[in-house]
Design a binder for this molecule. Structure first.
Ligand code: NAD
Length: 471
């Protein structure tokens, strides 16, 4: 696409009406949603401050507004009464705690920790814990709601929750990180438990952090492996959990490929983010025969039309390497240009809001499989749909992690262990079934996959809540 056309499209966008084809309004820059802002309080200024990382242009809406938008679209189509929608829209419980930790400089630093339990109609609350300097209540609230719909869409017996601490783990020593994890658990353990709310890893946390959380919970309640998932194998973690989200992304990609007449073994793909989700998705895509032609992490991006070896890059990153230091024929590119690379499939696997109104029109892919949570703003989604891009939404595409977390929890409650093949096979069955159900509804309703997925999830939560007599 020429620059002229891009500029023309940008002008048209400015003039464009905010009304979508489905009759709902796409939130625009500066429009505050009911929960926008920084929650009950700003991140504590005494928290260890981090250097600014190069961030691509910002999303025009918050993560919360993204989730709310899709909830509203589905609620309208399902003709949910306003009072029922109000219950489903709000969180059941929101906890904000002080996380004071003495760091290596000898001073006490006070971080802010959050746990939001959105809806528990279908079972115990379930959702990851994020350690990231930009974590705030608004973001955690959005991610908790997303978990409610996600667990319902893949039909596992959980509600939705999320947690986080506004800390940058890359700036902390291992023992400092351990202190943050333990201090956070001490403050929130009263609202957790295997039958109440079960955390898991997310951005900035991993199996080691889960081990510390489990150990701290165990000091107060006795050994309780089912209190967190995503644990190391040595501590009753499940085989296949670490790879599960990336594996689920690739499993739904295989289901989606025929929708655009794509042979998975000949596909080219770009990964935005090369952490847990990105690195596994990249390696498993490569196993299918697909070629990675671009990849980015928080430090920068590289591209090569001849392909970048995902397996070797994963080993490099495991040894604390950056994507841009990777020794290969790939060239370093401006991270903002990653979205404009020619490819069949673009896989966002970093943070929310990275595909937005300013960059969606530059995308050259035919399909997006959302490994990250809320990577696409509603305006970007609209542009991409107009441009014929097939999108497998986050609430379906990245559910593999919580599915295997469910398997881990089920194994822990019985103190049994399943083999890796069994876990992967059961995961594949769950993801294929969920993809089929969402695709069928999308066909019936003649909508993209995202509204269909939200409708399915919301309907299931409504059914559980009303059968309980809660609404
Ligand atoms: P992670 O911390 O392991 O990796 C995040 C990656 O994103 C890193 O490579 C980081 O460098 C990169 N990144 C950060 N800012 C970036 C930027 N501006 N540009 C490009 N890359 C950037 O986190 P993760 O667990 O892989 O999670 C990634 C996404 O997937 C998140 O949105 C998370 O909520 C979602 N998710 C994770 C899981 C899970 O099981 N871990 C499950 C479901 C959804």
């Amino acid at each position: 696409m020429s620059d002229e056309v891009t500029e023309e499209r940008a002008d048209e966008e400015e003039d464009a009406q905010d009304e979508q084809a489905d009759g709902t309004t796409v939130p625009q820059e500066g429009e505050a949603g009911p929960h926008s802002g920084d929650g009950h309080g700003s991140p504590d200024k005494s928290a260890k401050q981090t250097e600014e990382e190069p961030a691509p242009t910002r999303a025009e809406v918050s993560n919360y507004e993204i989730v709310e938008h899709w909830f509203n679209v589905a609620a309208e189509r399902l003709e949910l009464p306003d009072d029922v929608a109000a219950v489903l829209r709000s969180s059941y419980r929101e906890v904000q705690v002080q996380v004071p930790v003495r760091l290596g400089d000898g001073k006490i630093h006070v971080f802010s920790g959050y746990r939001v339990q959105h809806n528990g109609a279908r079972g115990p609350y379930k959702g990851g814990i994020r350690f990231h300097p930009e974590v705030d209540l608004d973001e955690v609230r959005a991610l908790a709601e997303l978990m409610t719909w996600k667990t319902a869409i893949v039909d596992i017996p959980y509600g939705g929750a999320k947690g986080g601490v506004n800390v940058d783990p890359s700036k902390l020593e291992s023992r400092e990180l351990q202190a943050v994890a333990r201090s956070f658990m001490d403050k929130i353990e009263k609202v957790l438990g295997p039958q109440r709310d079960i955390p898991a890893p997310d951005v900035g946390t991993n199996a080691q952090v889960m081990a510390w959380l489990m150990d701290e919970y165990g000091k107060l309640h006795g050994h309780t492996p089912a209190c967190v998932t995503g644990k190391p194998i040595a501590l009753e973690g499940s085989y296949g959990r670490e790879a599960a989200t990336g594996r689920g992304v690739v499993q739904v990609f295989k289901e989606a490929a025929p929708e655009i007449d794509l042979d998975p073994s000949k596909a080219t793909f770009v990964l935005q983010g090369f952490g847990n989700v990105g690195a596994w998705a990249g390696r498993l895509m490569q196993e299918l025969g697909a070629t990675m032609v671009g990849v980015a992490d928080a430090n920068g991006a590289i591209a090569s039309s001849d392909g970048i070896d995902a397996e070797e890059l994963a080993a490099h990153v495991r040894d604390d390497g950056k994507v841009t230091d990777f020794d290969s024929d790939a060239e370093e590119i401006d991270p903002d240009d990653l979205v404009a690379l020619d490819c069949d499939v673009f896989i966002p696997a970093a943070l929310g809001g990275m595909l937005h109104s300013d960059n969606a029109d530059r995308m050259r892919c035919r399909m997006i499989v959302e490994g990250a949570n809320s990577p696409t703003t509603p305006r970007a989604d609209e542009i991409l749909n107009e441009n014929g891009v097939f999108i497998v939404p986050d609430v379906l595409a990245n559910a593999g992690g919580v599915v295997v977390s469910y398997f881990e929890w089920a194994q822990n409650l019985q103190h049994f262990r399943w083999g890796e093949d069994e876990v992967n096979e059961k995961l594949g069955g769950t993801m294929r079934r969920a993809f089929g159900e969402v695709a069928e509804r999308a066909r019936e309703n003649d909508t993209p996959m995202r509204p269909a997925a939200y409708e399915l999830g919301i309907e299931r939560v409504v059914e559980a809540a009303s059968t309980r007599g809660y609404i």
